[in-house]
Design a protein around this ligand. Structure first.
Ligand code: HEM
Length: 204
């Protein structure tokens, strides 16, 4: 025999289900709405040449950082931070001693570069980026504390900081679709005189 309490709850339960149905929610007992997961249409890459000439030096620079209310001087690739071997900095791993590679020397084939420490740094930094979208990229959002906390404190005060301006340009100027990270197709866009070895880093 159904208890009186249960009998009393029936109208409330049916009222709740009706309310959920009326505000477009499917029954709480139903399946959640499908999550959109668009197929990756392009496998675009960022520029390796621009990374090593313009972005990797940011990770080696002595920076004034606001950490727990005090100003400290440190490098992003510092031992306790993002150093590849010893850092506590999550997935961003930087080899501080990575050597610059002459990308114009034909002996430095993609296979040779892919075996290098500089390439490890490139892959790790690129993994913290949503290509084409600086404001969705942890590489910027963490040191800016933009919508996220950062174990390393506030590294850059605003997105007009010259280091962030360089990151912005790298993130918004990927290799042309279908070209890999070693393409020289957009050197004229990335470097003054189109020179990846001695040219200055373009930022606009
Ligand atoms: C330009 C300099 C820096 C950049 C670009 C940077 C960027 C990042 C990024 C992208 C992450 C998230 C990694 C993940 O996905 O797991 C992160 C985490 C972290 N960083 Fe940094 N960081 C910088 C400087 C520092 C410094 C100087 C320190 C040490 C004082 C530091 C300590 C940490 C720690 C402990 C974490 C892990 C905790 C967390 O996710 O916030 N970082 N940083």
């Amino acid at each position: 025999m159904i208890s009186l309490v249960r009998l009393a709850a029936l109208p409330a339960l049916s009222a709740l289900l009706l309310t959920l149905a009326s505000c477009g929610g499917s029954s709480p007992l139903g399946n959640p709405s499908t999550v959109s997961n668009p197929t990756q249409t392009s496998n675009q890459s960022l520029s390796f040449a621009y990374f090593q000439r313009c972005i990797n030096p940011i990770f080696l620079a002595q920076l004034q950082i606001q950490l727990n209310g005090t100003t400290v001087t440190n490098t992003c690739s510092g031992a306790g931070c993002h150093a590849y071997a010893t850092g506590a900095g999550g997935a961003l791993r930087i080899v501080p001693t990575a050597q610059v590679i002459d990308v114009t020397n034909p002996a430095n084939t993609p296979t040779v570069i892919q075996a290098s420490d500089m390439y490890k740094n490139f892959l790790s930094a690129q993994a913290e980026v949503v290509i084409g979208s600086p404001t969705l990229s942890l590489l910027e959002n963490k040191p800016l504390n933009r919508g996220v906390l950062h174990g390393g404190g506030l590294v850059f005060a605003s997105d007009t900081d010259p280091h962030i301006v360089l990151m912005n340009f790298w993130i918004t100027n990927p290799e042309p679709s279908g070209q890999d990270e070693f393409s020289s197709a957009n050197y004229a866009t990335l470097f003054s005189n189109g020179d990846p070895v001695n040219g200055t880093c373009n930022t606009q």
